[in-house]
Every structure is written in structure tokens, then in C-alpha cells.
Design a protein around this ligand. Sequence first.
Ligand code: LLP
Length: 397
Amino acid sequence: MDPFLQYFDGTLCFGDKKRPLTNFVGTYSGPVYVYDLGSIGIRVKQMKRALPTADLYYAMKANSNLDVLSAIKKYGCGVDVVSLGEIHRALEAGFVPSDIVFSGVAKTEKEISQALDLSIHQFNIESIPELLRVARLAKENDLVAPVALRLNPNIDIKTHPFIATGLHENKFGMELSLLPQIEKVLKDNSASLSLVGISLHLGSQMLEFSGFRQALQLLVPIYQRLQLSYPNLRNFDIGGGLGIYYQEMDLQKENSLLREYAEVVKDELGKINARVQSEPGRWLVAHSGVLLTQIQYVKETTLKSFLVMDSGMNHLLRPALYDAYHSIIPLFHNSGRPIKLYDVVGPICESSDFFAKDRKLPEIREGEFLIIADAGAYGFSMASQYNLQELPKEVCI
Ligand code: LLP
């Protein structure tokens, strides 16, 4: 059983302080994400302990709830953003511009100009046209843009193809063969571009690190060579991507995964003259959020038993988009009930609208509640109002 979610006296309790999730039933007025800030703090501390020399820039696309962000700021992280919306939200949460790394392939003129005005920590540059655009806007405003080159080493980290980003078939980063051209742009614009870093992000939900190690081994000599010509080059940004175990939730296994990851970073970057930056998202927040949802109908057909919920792909897209697994747990423990096989589905008019297929659960009845676990990352942040359904609510404990 998930250590973040445990039954006490038949009631499901959540988080660091084991608060009963039944507290939310009395006031229930639709699906709600519940976040436990205490356990986010524990995860940040664990990661900082494992990577003592790295600065963490939380990838806020995973969860941009204001209270979650404020807590993460309080725990001493910066933030990795990918839009002006995220920049504004980060500032609202208490981050300062020097805490902000700006990633993303499609930075508009407006976004770049505002980020330049604010004087953010670093732009992670994804293409030569973007580098030229940043140079031009910096020059027009008499500013110097701190840039890091996001390099694409064409390495497979064996994750779902939709969240792999380090292959040449992906839109992310710049191929290493472009370095001579990139350096020409840097030289031609040396008054408006300051090369402060190189960066990589190979993809998300990484559960083994041979590709990650290979990428670091490829990039270190490039970093060292560039350092000879660019005196401001100090940051080595290793991106995010550390995975978690959704199916066999095991914190000990996850901690040894973190240690293995940290070993690779230490082996490959420990001896170079660099300030290591990391951009974790999922690992910090996934376990610290659950989605509480109510059964509207139990629908039996010749082939299936459907639990039709008031929440679906509109609130948690991961199962529909990546066939992702999330544990599903009844709010009340009914040990006397028979185990049945259910498809747990939502209200949306799409057959991809499911949380789980053929999932074994104790018999469930109309009006009861389920918890979708490990929904703190890429849950609410990917929610939509498709079918003009309301967005889910969010509360923190
Ligand atoms: N840095 C960059 C540049 C990224 O694009 C991402 C995630 C991260 C860091 C953080 O990666 P993490 O540590 O969370 O793996 N919606 C998908 C995940 C998409 C990740 C996008 N980029 C999912 O639900 O699995």
C-alpha cells in the first residue's frame, strides 16, 4: 500500500501527518485535488541531500498551484518556467527573477522582452532562431541576455515516446553538430549574449540512467571546451526527468533510484568546474497530490462493469494520453465486499476517457468516493474544461 495513503479505522488518511481524506466529503461539491505540503517538503529535502552541490529549479509545469509553489520557494528552490503565465505565477508565489530559468521551444517576443526586463537568471535556448531573437531583443533594449544552450544529444532514455525529449526526432534542444553555427551567433552578438550555461533534458519518467550518463559524458568535454572561450560559462543544467514508481509504489526503491541518479551526477560532473542545476518536477510533487472523485453511476454491460465518475481525462489526462497507471483507492475500507473488475471512466464524450481499465477493486456503489493516487504532478496543471466541465478544485493540507 502507498505509504502516503493509509487506512486508519477504515478511513483513508493522506500525507505526512496522515490527515483523513473523509474531511472533504461533508463539503464535497465536485472533484478536488488535495495536496500535502509537508510531504513535498520531505521530498525537496531528500533531493537536496542526495544532490548537495546542485541548485534545484522546480519545473513548475508539474504543479503550479500557488501554495505548492510558495512552499517550494520556502524550501529553497528556484523555478523552471516555460511561459509568461508561469513567470507571473512564480513571482506571485514569492520567487524573484534571479530564481527563474526560462525553458521552452516557442518563446515569443513578448515573453523574451518581459523576461529580459525582469532580469531572470537564465534563458535555456532551444534553437538558433531563438538565440538570434533573444540577441536582437537584448540589443534593442541595451541589455545582456544570460543564455544556456539546451543541447540535444540524440539519446534514448526508454520512456514513453510522448515524454522523450533527447532524440533528434524531438523538437527540443539543439543538435551538437550545430555548435559551430551557435558559436558564430554568440561571437557576432557578444555584446548582447552572455553564455552562462549548457543544459539538457532528455525526457521524463526516467527509471534507469545509462542514457543520462552517456549524455553527460558527451556534454562535459563540450562544456569544458566552451569554458575556454566563454568566461561566464558556469552552469551545467542537467534538466529534470527522475521517475517515480506509480504501479509498485515503494519509497525505499525510489530513494535508491535517487541515490543512483545522484551517483551518476557526481561521477560525471563532480570534478568539473561547474555549478550544477537540476529541474525536477514529478519527483518532488507526484506523491503529494490525490484526486478525490465521486461515483455517479455503476453501469453494467454484457462485457464490463463501469464506474462512471464525476471526473475524468478533463481533470487527469495522464491515463488517456500515456496509458499511465494510477492507483485507485476507495475512500472507505470495506473489507467485507467482493473484489470486482471495473473500468473506471469519466464524464467526457471520448472512449479514451478513463482512469483505469479492468482494475480490481472491492465492490463500489453509487455515491461513494474514490481517490486517484500520485496525481500531484501533471494533474491539475494539464486539466481542461473540455465539454465545458468545471475545472477541479484544489486544496492544500
Ligand atoms: N525540465 C524541462 C525542460 C522539462 O521539459 C521538464 C518536463 C522538466 C524539467 C521536469 O521533468 P520531470 O522531472 O517532471 O520529469 N505530462 C507528462 C510529463 C511531461 C514532462 C514535460 N517536461 C506526464 O504527465 O508524465
